[in-house]
Write a protein that binds this ligand. Sequence first.
Ligand SMILES: C[S@@+](CC[C@H](N)C(=O)[O-])C[C@H]1O[C@@H](n2cnc3c(N)ncnc32)[C@H](O)[C@@H]1O
Length: 230
Amino acid sequence: MTRASLEKQPKDVAAMFDGVAEKYDLTNDVLSLGQTRLWRRAVGQALDVRPGERVLDLGAGTATSSLPFAAAGAEVVPCDFSLGMLREGKKRHPELPLTAGDATRLPFADGVFDAVTISFALRNVQDTDAALREMRRVTRPGGRLVICEFSHPTYRPFRTVYTEYLMRALPPVATKVSSNPDAYVYLAESIRAWPDQQALGRRLKDAGWVRVAWRNLTGGIVALHRGTNP
Ligand SMILES: C[S@@+](CC[C@H](N)C(=O)[O-])C[C@H]1O[C@@H](n2cnc3c(N)ncnc32)[C@H](O)[C@@H]1O
């Protein structure tokens, strides 16, 4: 069974997600101690979609992250480059237009979406800055972006406990609930190597997003970054 390295070769990342697709959502719920649902609700509130708006959910995996937007009446397009995740998503949500596509070369025309969102996926994209520019290209002027990603806990003693959890407790727990426990070693490593809230905010600005801001969830374990396409 494969796992990606911090080089994040697209072939390895896609293969790793193909391998965990079937149990992906269950494993998520267990390892996040149920927090995923709260985080998804916060993304829904942050993007604040109106009925009929066109929304791209990038790195959508099995499309669980797309459901709040469909429920709000948006036309949501879940897009991912792991065919295994897309297949699993199609089984569960046949009504959604799941689409194969790479975040750095999106198969959409310029400015076709009112809003773009990406949950727990930007960290896995090899060229983060290319993905941030590509998301802007497909968003209409005035359209918005919300990124939901693991980040850096802000309270130092908690950050230490959390890092211990990631590096020590998470891999053995993953052995019990995941079809590919090695994937969760990559998860821990990639979270530690990911830029903090401020650094990611700067990268959004460099990619041309304006009105960039962020909000911490669960003490900064997760951060929601937002931006607007000028
Ligand atoms: C951790 S899952 C998140 C799935 C979903 N958004 C959620 O919140 O449950 C990350 C997803 O990002 C996808 N991904 C990673 N790099 C990608 C890329 N360059 N283009 C498209 N999808 C990508 C993976 O295939 C995987 O399905």
